[in-house]
Design a protein around this ligand. Structure first.
Ligand code: NAP
Ligand code: MG
Length: 495
């Protein structure tokens, strides 16, 4: 599609910023709203409902009523399956609109919101729909005088709180397994990117998910978000976001009704390239491509690159040759591969880390500054630091921007030790032609996912989540059902 057309479509969009509660669009009961601006050029997109505790109460009440009368929870799994598949189909039929909303809302290139985000979200919803009438319960091997059934039941009302970096995908990772299992869901998207979640709620209703089963409350974390996490009638809170807020979520669960609290949090993933790497060009392409993808705003971005000393100069030379390809551009231009940072606050955070890197003694080899300021949006050049030390701030803290830190190592044990020396444990990678070495390293890395000789392994069939302070939950795969179901044992006396 011609790029001018995306700009025209953007102008023609009619964006509804109202909440979606009990099957209907509504402004907040608090009568508050906020203006949502686009990070691509600062334009106002819409007034959005600023939901608060009264809206959370209303949405939870309708979710509870739906759960109890069985309009969804009591539907046969094969029927829930058909509805979820229709929901996925509707998402795909609305690809252009959803992709455009996502790009305008949080700044990612239209190229990827079309080809990655919409498709992944739809695939996730379809996959859980297809799964739900194919999972069986258990019978325990007890003595023959009784029968013990071990069954899974939906937990009830699920509160989901998500970040802004992959808004549609994060929403799908939560709502698909939760809804498939028969729960009702109240979703609080990030106030920085609420628009696609609101459209998803309309499409869900259209697909046949009954009113009340899925509500969406845009608003601020410390208002709608905390009201949901503290609510006495929410059975489970599924959170994706920062480690700082994840800790608060677990405290709020404990302070209130001990709702199940699942957290998928930040990362500072280590990518270890050994001198015997089987394909240095592939390792360079993966290292560079993965850190700059989505403007570096990926929880699993390999932000710490460890290269064995003997190949480091060659590696950096190849990496620097690739960096200019990721120069930020207009996100509505289909050729653009790096778009805008989500907002000014986040851009300043990223630029602050770049300053910290320079002052901390790292060597800036590429980027390091704001770009395209005349656009009115927020863009940062693809940035690469060499001579980073594990103790530096830029090697310890999650930057969440297009900043790659290169560190080095002389033996692989040292690399593993440095890789594990952060509070995070989301992902990691090792590149080596020596498979036994690679597997030993993979075993020693404290991370929920480890890649060997690649960094792009990603599929709905595998769990996604972290060790340590990267959280306690797993999204995706059949394992995600563990979060949204309770295990029940039923003893039956025989004869
Ligand atoms: P965030 O600031 O922690 O916010 C996440 C969500 O929590 C937002 O909806 C936010 O609302 C809400 N929130 C904030 N304060 C809250 C409170 N006191 N009570 C309840 N909810 C509250 O994170 P973010 O900046 O949106 O997202 C970036 C983070 O997400 C990064 O750390 C990234 O690594 C992580 N992430 C992890 C994964 C994973 O699967 N492990 C995936 C993607 C992203 P507001 O927006 O209104 O503040
Ligand atoms: Mg926030």
């Amino acid at each position: 599609m011609a790029d001018a057309l995306w700009h025209e479509r953007a102008l023609a969009l009619n964006i509804d910023g109202r909440a979606f509660i009990n099957g209907e669009r509504a402004w907040s009961r608090t009568e508050q709203q906020f203006d949502k601006h686009s990070p691509i050029d600062g334009r106002k997109l819409a007034a959005v409902a600023r939901c608060g505790a009264p809206d959370v109460d209303a949405a939870v009440q309708s979710a509870r009523a739906a759960f109890e009368d069985g309009r969804w929870s009591g539907m046969p799994p094969a029927k829930r399956k058909r509805v979820l598949i229709r929901f996925a189909d509707l998402i795909q039929q609305n690809t252009a609109e959803l992709a455009l909303l996502e790009t305008l809302d949080m700044g990612k290139p239209i190229k990827y919101s079309q080809s990655v985000d919409v498709g992944s979200a739809a695939n996730c919803i379809r996959w859980y729909g297809e799964a739900v009438d194919k999972v069986y319960d258990e019978i325990a091997p007890t003595a023959s005088s009784s029968l013990a059934l071990i069954t899974r039941e939906p937990v009830g009302v699920v509160g989901a709180i998500i970040p802004w970096n992959y808004p549609m995908i994060m929403a799908a990772w939560k709502i698909a397994p939760a809804l498939a299992a028969g729960n009702s869901v109240v979703l609080k998207p990030s106030e920085k990117a609420p628009l696609t979640s609101l459209r998803l709620a309309e499409l869900a209703l259209q697909a046949g998910i009954p009113a009340g089963v899925f509500s969406v409350l845009p608003g601020y974390g410390n208002e709608a978000g905390s009201a949901l996490a503290l609510h006495m009638d929410v059975d489970c809170i599924a959170f994706t976001g920062s480690t700082r807020v994840g800790k608060q979520i677990m405290q709020m669960a404990g302070q209130s009704n001990l709702k199940r609290a699942w957290t998928e949090l930040g990362g500072k993933s280590a990518n270890i390239v050994c001198a015997d790497c089987p394909d240095l060009d592939a390792a360079v392409a993966a290292a560079v491509g993965s850190i700059y993808f989505n403007q570096g705003e990926s929880c699993n971005a390999p932000s710490r690159l460890f290269v064995e000393e003997s190949v480091k100069d060659a590696f950096i030379e190849k990496a620097l040759a690739m960096v200019p390809r990721y120069q930020p551009g207009d996100p509505l231009d289909e050729a653009t591969v790096m778009g805008a940072i989500v907002d000014e606050v986040q851009m300043k955070t990223v630029l602050g880390y770049i300053e910290a890197g320079k002052h901390g003694g790292a060597r800036l080899l590429a980027g390091g500054a704001q770009e395209r300021a005349q656009s009115g949006g927020y863009y940062v050049a693809p940035t690469l630091f060499d001579q980073v030390d594990s103790g530096m701030k830029i090697a310890q803290e999650e930057i969440f921007g297009p900043v790659l830190s290169v560190l080095s190592f002389s033996d692989v044990q040292d690399a593993v030790k440095q890789a594990n020396a952060t509070p995070y444990g989301l992902q990691a990678a090792v590149w080596s032609a020596d498979m036994s070495k690679a597997i030993q390293v993979a075993r020693a890395l404290r991370a929920g996912t480890v890649h060997v000789n690649q960094y792009d392994g990603d599929d709905i069939t595998v769990p996604f989540g972290g060790y340590k302070q990267s959280g306690n939950g797993r999204d995706k795969s059949l394992h995600a059902f563990d979060k949204y179901t309770e295990l029940k044992t039923t003893w039956i006396q025989i004869g």
